[in-house]
Design a protein around this ligand. Structure first.
Ligand code: UTP
Length: 476
């Protein structure tokens, strides 16, 4: 398509059309004469939303990455460990009281990030819609909703729920909530907001198209939360409701201890800007980022960035030196986020080389078998660089972290279900109920406990019939 003709025909988009040609991306107009007027409008709207200068800079950085000697001065961070003695237990109890007090005052909002594309899982639709609970096959969203409902009842307070979606799944997510009458929650207290999208480019930096009138875009990573909170003025809405801190988690962790009062309590006690939960890394080669201390700040070192020497470094007691596995559960203080917004800091983009469907020169949709595309993503933990005060709290993995990432194998729906059953089994055992285990040390049978019946082990102890006999199936 001819540049002058386009600029003349669409004067409102002139500067964007100019950019397309200046940045050598004019192949996106290849099918211009074939596409419908609404397709044309869509494409023009898309190009007006793209920051081409940034895109070019990111692609150049990818070709010429800065050499990474970053991790030279790392140290293990200070961690609040799992309480092992009376002193630790007393501290945790005090923290819990502080956290519960804050919950009762209505100072805490929950934020779930659910804007990802779930490509590894490969289901059609948002990950949160996956039917997952062991017996009733409740969706992940419903599991989270019921926990929030239980918290509201327990602390007699509203707990607003903010869910970040992206253009790829916003409509489906909202429709799912509507058609399930918000799982009993007050729709006024469930707020959806979308993150920004960024184009996906091929390995030569050219924009990929997913239809003849649409540039392939992907969400800008979970770090996009920060920009979205700012751009959509969500912080102000939260402040008006008296919210002071945000409990942040990822949609795919089915064991999430929603708005854990102990965690909130430590965060408040230490007047932290941002706090993080960690679990012990399973072994030196587990592909998980670890929280370390670097030049006076906390920092997440990705698995690939940690030198072999550091990956295998040990303490005197033979435990791993860098074992604080980041599980993406955080608390942000609103006062800190406001300071951050004023600083106008932007999170850096990371690069992922992926397989992304695209249309080829003939206009056919191709699903590639090899990596063909570069996606750009920001990560929430990069904020740590700006954090002055922080809490890192270790928790037991099998009690709090079981993400659904893959269709099968590790971190899949099957492991998530089993982890839920096993956790409920342990709660029942602590309450004195005999629960048989199989040869893999999994509960022999199925258990599901509704958080509105018992939110945690403590509540279950109080409510469960001590004479209960487990016959391989229990739906409480
Ligand atoms: P992952 O990085 O595991 O991505 O996101 P994903 O979309 O779930 O799965 P893959 O990598 O495509 O297979 C971790 C969490 O961050 C959210 C996801 O929804 C998930 O809760 N996320 C990720 C966003 O909200 N936005 C993004 O741009 C990326």
């Amino acid at each position: 398509m001819n540049r002058e003709a386009l600029e003349k025909a669409y004067p409102d988009y002139r500067k964007y059309i100019t950019k397309i040609f200046d940045f050598e991306q004019s192949h996106i107009f290849k099918w211009w004469d074939e596409i419908t007027p609404s397709g044309k409008r869509h494409l023009l709207e898309q190009i007006s939303s793209i920051d081409f200068t940034l895109l070019q800079k990111l692609f150049r950085e990818h070709l010429d990455p800065a050499s990474g000697t970053l991790q030279k001065n790392i140290q293990p961070p200070h961690i609040i460990g799992i309480p092992e003695n009376n002193e630790g237990k007393k501290l945790a109890e005090t923290a819990k009281r502080i956290g519960e007090d804050s919950l009762r005052k209505g100072e805490i909002a929950v934020l779930t990030v659910a804007g990802g594309q779930g490509t590894r899982l490969g289901i059609d639709g948002p990950k949160g819609m996956l039917p997952l609970s062991p017996i009733n096959k409740k969706s992940i969203f419903q599991l989270h909703a019921e926990k929030i409902c239980a918290l509201q009842k327990k602390y007699n307070t509203p707990v607003p729920w903010h869910i970040m979606t992206s253009e790829t799944n916003d409509d489906d997510t909202k429709e799912f909530f509507r058609s399930n009458t918000f799982f009993g929650l007050d729709p006024q207290r469930v707020c959806f907001f979308t993150q920004r999208m960024i184009p996906t480019v091929d390995l030569n930096g050219k924009l990929l198209m997913d239809t003849k009138s649409s540039i392939a875009m992907s969400p800008n990573g979970h770090g996009g939360t920060i920009l979205a909170l700012q751009e959509k003025n969500i912080i102000n809405d939260m402040k008006k409701q008296g919210i002071k801190h945000i409990f942040y988690h990822q949609v795919d962790n089915v064991l999430i201890k929603m708005a854990d009062p102990v965690f909130i309590g430590y965060h408040l006690r230490d007047k932290a800007d941002m706090s993080s939960k960690v679990v012990k890394k399973r072994n030196p080669e587990e592909k998980v980022g670890v929280i370390v201390s670097l030049d006076g700040h906390l920092h997440v070192v990705e698995y690939t960035e940690l030198s072999k020497e550091d990956r295998y470094a040990k303490n005197n007691d033979d435990s791993l030196k860098y074992d604080a596995g980041n599980i993406a559960i955080h608390i942000f203080s609103i006062a800190f986020l406001e300071k951050l917004f004023q600083m106008e800091t932007y999170l850096p983009y990371h690069i992922a080389i992926k397989k992304v469907p695209f249309i080829d020169k003939k206009g056919n949709l191709i699903t590639p078998e090899e990596n063909n595309a570069i996606k750009f993503e920001t990560f929430i933990f990069d904020i740590l660089k700006h954090v002055q005060k922080s809490v890192v709290m270790e928790v037991v993995r099998k009690e709090e972290f079981s993400p659904v990432k893959n269709a099968d194998g590790d971190d899949s729906p099957a492991t998530a279900q089993q982890d839920m059953i096993n956790m409920f089994g342990r709660w029942l055992q602590k309450a004195g109920i005999a629960i048989p285990m199989d040869s893999h040390n999994n509960v022999a049978g199925h258990i599901e406990i509704n958080p509105c019946f018992a939110y945690d082990e403590e509540e279950l102890m109080k409510k469960v019939d001590k004479g209960l006999k487990f016959n391989g199936f229990l739906n409480l």
